[in-house]
Design a protein around this ligand. Sequence first.
Ligand code: 99T
Length: 203
Amino acid sequence: MRLFHSPTSPYVRKVMVLLHETGQRGEIELVPAAGTPVDSGTMPIDRNPLGKIPALERDDGPSLYDSRVICRYLDTQAGGRLYPAAPTLWDTLTVEATADGILDAAVLMVYEVRVRPEEKRFPDWVEGQWAKIARALDALETRWIAHLSGPLDIGQIAVGCALGYLDFRHDSRNWRAGRPALAAWEAGFSTRPSMQATRPPAA
Ligand code: 99T
């Protein structure tokens, strides 16, 4: 299998962490890919018409996207450890969706600065994206710490990658302020070998 990959993509990182945690890292070839919404560059548009990564090229079926589908597929391949049975599954998937929503807003904020011409930028829109992230972080702090502290699942992996991305691209926002439980959880989770092996390069 071939994974279209960038070391700075937190969505790709979810997949990479899962590969490490499930012992499948050696089964995947990484293919570098880069692009933006205005220039698809080397993105695998023939594998993912949305022009985004990660995309997973399989030997025995159509390519898979997005990160949620790829993670679930690869976990199934490994015997299915990271998606618990219902009803806990609904908590796991909601935590994953919360983390992915943080990422969606955080990546849009990056594109606003990196891709949009300066005269067309809209600061209120950027702050609206950060407000979504702040509310989601507060929900993790107040509602989900017990779940995050339970058996490893895809929700924890997604949150770990989302918080890592905030450190990587939005360090000045200081997401830890006022969220001691989430900060303590992240300090422990980020020491996992899978998280250490997938740290983004220096910004
Ligand atoms: O939006 C584009 O055209 C290109 N962007 C991407 O491919 C980003 C890379 S993160 N990936 C996604 O947006 C995937 C989202 C999808 N729902 C999923 O896979 O879960 C790059 C961020 C960075 O380098 O800072």
